[in-house]
Design a protein around this ligand. Structure first.
Ligand code: ADP
Ligand code: MG
Ligand code: MG
Length: 903
C-alpha cells in the first residue's frame, strides 16, 4: 500500500507532486529547522483515490491516527482534549498554487467542553469563544455547505444590537449567544448538528478539502491556468498557533524582495491581534512590515534572518505567511512568490550577481510574455483617474487619441496627423485600414479572440474589447457610457490595454525604457538605462549566446526590415509582396486581369517590374548580408480589384444615365468571374502563378535584378524565393523551372552570379503529407502555421474566432486558441512529419516557421524541440522569440543534467 500520510519531518520540496506545494514547503522548512508548527500531509494520491472511489482509500483512517498520535506527542496535548485541547488547521494545497480557490478550516478540535480548557490555558475567555464562533462558521460553510451569508447576517445583527462596528468589539456574552445561534443555523440548514467529536470534525474537514478540488471555483481557475484536472490536492493538518491572543500577537505576510519592482528590502504587511484570515479578508488595516521592528524587535530580527535563510535556500523570491503568538514567531507557509514582469527580470539578474544562480538559470526564470509586457508604453500611475468603463484587456499598451467611429474617418484623421482611437461595436476585415491608422481600438462586443483583439495584438496596437457598458452609436458618431457620459467624435479618450480601462481625456503616457532599448535609443550600460533595461540586456545577451534556433522577422518594407534588424532579427523569413500591388499600383493589376492578349498582359507586368525591383532593392539593402525570403504573390487577385457591389452600382448608375462605361463593364465581368465563395481555398498562391502566365516570373526577375544591382554596388544580397500554398510537388517544379530560367537570364544579362535558394511554404496538410517528395524541388521549407492551422482544423479564422471560439475555450475543446499557441497534437504532428521526411530526402533542407506562432513563447520552445532552424515573427516579437529560443536551449541542458524529460 502506498504511503498516504507524511509527517512534516519526512517530506521535502521535491515532493510537491505528492505533497502539494504547501505541504512540500512546510516539510522543507521543518527540515531546515525553522519554527513550523508540527503537522502532517495527506498525499494527493489519497485525494485522487478518494475522488475516484467517492470514499476514503483503505488505510487512510489508520495512517491519520498514527500521524495524529505523533503530532499530539509533539504538542504535548491531545486533539480536543477537554482540559487543554490541541487544535489543528486542515489546509488544502495542490501542486500548483491556486490561491483562495480551495478550502481551509481553522480551529478543528474545539467543542462545548474543550472551549473551557482553551479559555483556561490561555486565560482568554473571549478569545476561546471567538475561536469557537469562527470554527462553527468556517466548518458550517466549507464542510457542511451552509450559505456564508447566514452566519454573516447573524454576526451583523449581533454587532448592530450591541451598537459596535468590529467583530473584536463583541464581548464574551454576545459571543456565547452567537455560538448558539450559529449552531442553530447549522442544524436548520445542514440538517445535522455541528459535530462535537473532534476526530469527526477532522475527518469531515479532510473530506471537504478533497472535495474542494472539484469545486466550481477551483475547476474554473484550473481551466484558465491550464492546470490538469487529474492532479488532486494534498491536505495539511497542522497544530494551530494564535495570532489573536492580544497585542503581543499578530499575523502577517512577508516577501524577501519587492514583488512589484524586484528591489531588495523588507516588504510585507502585519496585523496585530489577528488570525491569518483577517489579513486576507481586508476588514482591518494592516501596517507595513517594517513597523514590526518597533512592535516586537526580537520577532522582527528572527523573521529577517529566516527570510534570508529561505531566499538562499530556494534561490528565489519567497513569500511567507507567519504568525506571532505571544512573542513567539511561527512560520506557516512559504513559496516561491509571484511577481510582476519587471520584478522577474530584475530579481533574476540580482540573484545571478549574488551568485545564487547562474545566468542560464536566470534566463529560465523569465518569459517572453513578460518581456512583451515590458515593452509597451504605459500610463503614469494616477490613483485619482476614474475610468468611464473597464472592458477586456485585449492588447496591452497605453493609447491616447480622438474617438472616431468608422475606419474611413480614422484613416483621414490619421493622415492629417491626428492620433485616433477607433471605437466600434465590433470589427471585421473591412475595418482593417482604420485599425492600422488608429493608436488604439475599443469595441463593445467580443472577447479576447474577437477580430479586434486578434488583429490588434498582431499589430501591437492597444485594444480594449467587450466593453459592454458602452452603447456605441456608429451612425450618430458617439458612444454613451454608464451614468450617461457621452463621448462624441473628436473627443479625446485614453485606453489602457493592460487593464481594460477606458478614460475620458488624455492621461499622461510614459514610453517604456525597454522599448527604447530595443529600438537602439538607449545604451543598456548607460546610467540613464536603469536596472531594468540592464537586466533585460544581460538576459537577452545570454539567451542569444546559448540559443540554437535562429530568429528572423516578417517584414514587407524597408522600415520594418530596419526595425527588425535593430530588434535583433537575423534576416527576413517572410517578405510578403501583396502590399506592393496596392495603392497607385492597382491600375496595373486591373490591366493585368483585363488583358485579352499576351501583349496587353506583358505590358501590365512590364509596368510593375521596375516598381517591384525598387521595393526589393531597398529591402535587400536594409538586410544586407542576411537572408531575405520573398514570398511570391499569395492572395487571390480580386482582392486588388474594386468591390463587387460598389462596382455593380457604379455600372448600373452609369447605364441609367446612358454614359459609356465599357471599361467598368469589363472590370465588373472580371470581378464576377474571379468572385469566390471561399477565397481562402480558391485561386491563390502557386495556383495563381500557374494560371496567370508571367506573374511569378516578373516577381523573380525583379528580385534577381535587385540582387544583381546590390551585388554590383558592393552589397551582399541574400534573396530567397518562396512559393506559397503548394500542395503537390508538380506545382512547385513548374514554378521552379520558370524561376531558374529567369535567374539564369538575369545572371547572363548582368554578369552577376545569382545563387538564390528556391523553396516553399508548407501550409496545406497535403504538402506536409508529401513533404518527402516536395523536398525534391525545395531547398527550404517554411511552415506557414496560420494557413496550416486553418486547413488542418478546417477553420476559417476570420469566421470562427468571433463566432464560437469562446464557447470552445469555455468547454475546454482547447486550452488556448490554436491560432495563438501551436496545436502540437494535430498541426505539430504534420510539422514533425514534414520536417523528418523533408530532411531524409534533402539533409541540408532549411526549416523555418513564418506564422504568428513564431512569436508565441510556448510555440517557439516547441519549434526548438522539434529541431527547426529558425522562426520568423513580427519585428516587435523578435526579442521575445530570442528569449524563448534561449530558454528552450537552457531547458535542454538543465533537463540533460537532471536526467529526466520534463515534457
Ligand atoms: P490559502 O492557501 O488560501 O492561503 P491557508 O491554508 O494558507 O489558505 O490558510 C488560510 C489562513 O489561515 C492563512 O492566513 C494561514 O496563515 C492561516 N493558518 C493556516 N493554518 C494555521 C495554523 N495552524 N495556525 C494559525 N494560522 C493558520
Ligand atoms: Mg496561505
Ligand atoms: Mg499562407
Amino acid at each position: 500500500m502506498p504511503k498516504l500520510v507524511y509527517d512534516f519531518a519526512e517530506g521535502g520540496k521535491d515532493l510537491n507532486d505528492l505533497l502539494g506545494g504547501k505541504g512540500a514547503n512546510l516539510a522543507e522548512m521543518t527540515g531546515l529547522g525553522l519554527p513550523v508548527p508540527p503537522g502532517f500531509t495527506i498525499t494527493t494520491e489519497a485525494c485522487r483515490a478518494y475522488l475516484a472511489a467517492r470514499r476514503e482509500p483503505a488505510g487512510l483512517q489508520e495512517a491519520v491516527s498514527t500521524r495524529l498520535a505523533v503530532l499530539e506527542g509533539k504538542a504535548g496535548r491531545a486533539l480536543g482534549e477537554p482540559a487543554d485541547p490541541l487544535l489543528v488547521s486542515v489546509r488544502s494545497g495542490a501542486k500548483f498554487s491556486m490561491p483562495g480557490m480551495m478550502d481551509t478550516v481553522l480551529n478543528i478540535g474545539l467543542n462545548d467542553v474543550s472551549l473551557a480548557g482553551l479559555a483556561a490555558r490561555t486565560g482568554e475567555a473571549r478569545f476561546a469563544w471567538d475561536s469557537y464562533r469562527r470554527l462553527i462558521q468556517m466548518f458550517g460553510k466549507t464542510v457542511l455547505g451552509v450559505a456564508g451569508e447566514r452566519f454573516e447576517g447573524a454576526l451583523d445583527k449581533a454587532k448592530r444590537h450591541r451598537g459596535v462596528a468590529a467583530d473584536t468589539d463583541l464581548g464574551v456574552e454576545e459571543l456565547k449567544v452567537l455560538v448558539e445561534e450559529f449552531k442553530g443555523i447549522v442544524l436548520a440548514q445542514a440538517g445535522q448538528p455541528f459535530p462535537q467529536d473532534p476526530r469527526t470534525q477532522l475527518d469531515m474537514a479532510i473530506r471537504a478539502v478533497f472535495d474542494s478540488w472539484n469545486g466550481e471555483r477551483a475547476r474554473l481557475y484550473r481551466r484558465r491556468e491550464q492546470i490538469p484536472d487529474g492532479l488532486g490536492t494534498a491536505v495539511n493538518v497542522m497544530a494551530m498557533v494564535f495570532g489573536n491572543l492580544g497585542m503581543d500577537s499578530g499575523t502577517g505576510v512577508a516577501f524577501t524582495r519587492d514583488p512589484g519592482t524586484g528591489r531588495a528590502g523588507v516588504y510585507g504587511d502585519y496585523l496585530r491581534d489577528a488570525q491569518g484570515e483577517d489579513v486576507v479578508a481586508g476588514t482591518r488595516n494592516t501596517v507595513p512590515l517594517q513597523e514590526l521592528e518597533r512592535i516586537d524587535q526580537r520577532s522582527y530580527d528572527h523573521l529577517l534572518q529566516i527570510m534570508r535563510t529561505l531566499e538562499n535556500h530556494y534561490r528565489d523570491l519567497c513569500d511567507i505567511e507567519f504568525t506571532i503568538e505571544r512573542g513567539k514567531l511561527w512560520i506557516l507557509q512559504t513559496r516561491v512568490g509571484k511577481r510582476t514582469a519587471e520584478a522577474a527580470f530584475r530579481i533574476a539578474v540580482q540573484l545571478a550577481d549574488e551568485g545564487l544562480i547562474g545566468m542560464a538559470e536566470a534566463v529560465g526564470r523569465v518569459g517572453g510574455d513578460q518581456l512583451g509586457r515590458l515593452a509597451f508604453p504605459r500610463f503614469e500611475a494616477d490613483p485619482a483617474a476614474r475610468p468611464i468603463t473597464t472592458g477586456i484587456a485585449a492588447s496591452p499598451g497605453a493609447a491616447v487619441g480622438r474617438a472616431v467611429f468608422d475606419p474611413r474617418t480614422a484613416v483621414e484623421r490619421a493622415r492629417g496627423g491626428e492620433r485616433v482611437v477607433l471605437v466600434r461595436r465590433e470589427t471585421n476585415p473591412d475595418d482593417l485600414g482604420g485599425m492600422i491608422a488608429a493608436v488604439g481600438i475599443v469595441t463593445s462586443r467580443g472577447g479576447k479572440t474577437s477580430h479586434a483583439a486578434v488583429v490588434a495584438r498582431g499589430m501591437g496596437t492597444t485594444c480594449v474589447c467587450g466593453a459592454e457598458e458602452l452603447d456605441v452609436d456608429t451612425a450618430g458618431r458617439r458612444f454613451t457610457g454608464p451614468g450617461g457620459v457621452v463621448v462624441a467624435e473628436g473627443d479625446v479618450i485614453s485606453v489602457d490595454g493592460s487593464s481594460g480601462a477606458v478614460y475620458l481625456g488624455g492621461l499622461p503616457v510614459v514610453p517604456s525604457p525597454v522599448a527604447r532599448y530595443f529600438e537602439g535609443e538607449l545604451d543598456p550600460r548607460s546610467p540613464e538605462a536603469g536596472e531594468l533595461v540592464a537586466a533585460v540586456h544581460r538576459i537577452l545577451s545570454h539567451a542569444d549566446a546559448v540559443r540554437r534556433l535562429e530568429v528572423r522577422a516578417n517584414a514587407d518594407t524597408p522600415q520594418d526590415a530596419a526595425r527588425a534588424r535593430r530588434f535583433g532579427a537575423r534576416g527576413i523569413g517572410l517578405c510578403r509582396t501583396e502590399h506592393m500591388f496596392l495603392g497607385e499600383r492597382r491600375p496595373h493589376v486591373e490591366r493585368l486581369v483585363l488583358a485579352d492578349t499576351d501583349a496587353e498582359r506583358e505590358a501590365a507586368l512590364e509596368a510593375l517590374l521596375p516598381l517591384q525591383r525598387a521595393d526589393f532593392t531597398a529591402i535587400l539593402a536594409e538586410m544586407d548580408g542576411l537572408p531575405v525570403t520573398v514570398r511570391l504573390l499569395d492572395p487571390p487577385l480580386h482582392e486588388f480589384l474594386p468591390d463587387l457591389t460598389e462596382l455593380s452600382v457604379r455600372v448600373a448608375l452609369a447605364d441609367a444615365r446612358g454614359e459609356p462605361v465599357e471599361r467598368d463593364r469589363r472590370l465588373l465581368a472580371a470581378v464576377r468571374r474571379l468572385h469566390e465563395h471561399n477565397p481562402m481555398l480558391g485561386l491563390r498562391g502557386v495556383r495563381l502563378g500557374l494560371v496567370i502566365p508571367g506573374l511569378f516570373t516578373m516577381q523573380v526577375r525583379a528580385l534577381a535584378e535587385a540582387a544583381a544591382q546590390r551585388a554590383r554596388a558592393g552589397g551582399d544580397p541574400r534573396g530567397q524565393i518562396m512559393i506559397p500554398l503548394v500542395g503537390a510537388v508538380r506545382e512547385l517544379e513548374i514554378v521552379r523551372a520558370d524561376a531558374e530560367r529567369m535567374l539564369a537570364e538575369v545572371a547572363a544579362e548582368t554578369g552577376v552570379a545569382l545563387d538564390m535558394p528556391i523553396g516553399t511554404m508548407i501550409e496545406l496538410p497535403r504538402a506536409a503529407l508529401t513533404a518527402g517528395r516536395i523536398a525534391r524541388a525545395a531547398q527550404f521549407f517554411s511552415f506557414g502555421t496560420n494557413d496550416l492551422t486553418q486547413t488542418t482544423w478546417g477553420f476559417s479564422r476570420d469566421d470562427v474566432e468571433s463566432a464560437f471560439f469562446n464557447v470552445y475555450l469555455d468547454k475546454g475543446v482547447f486550452g488556448a486558441s490554436p491560432f495563438e499557441t501551436l496545436d502540437r497534437d494535430g498541426v505539430g504532428r504534420l510539422i514533425e512529419m514534414a520536417a523528418a521526411e523533408g530532411r531524409a530526402r534533402r539533409p541540408d533542407l532549411e526549416l523555418g516557421v513564418c506564422g504568428e506562432h513564431a512569436g508565441d513563447p510556448a510555440s517557439v520552445r516547441y519549434f526548438h524541440r522539434v529541431g527547426l532552424d529558425y522562426v520568423s515573427c513580427s519585428p516587435f516579437r523578435v526579442p521575445i522569440a530570442r528569449l524563448e529560443a534561449g530558454r528552450a536551449a537552457v531547458q535542454d541542458t538543465a533537463t540533460l543534467r537532471m536526467g529526466d524529460d520534463t515534457r
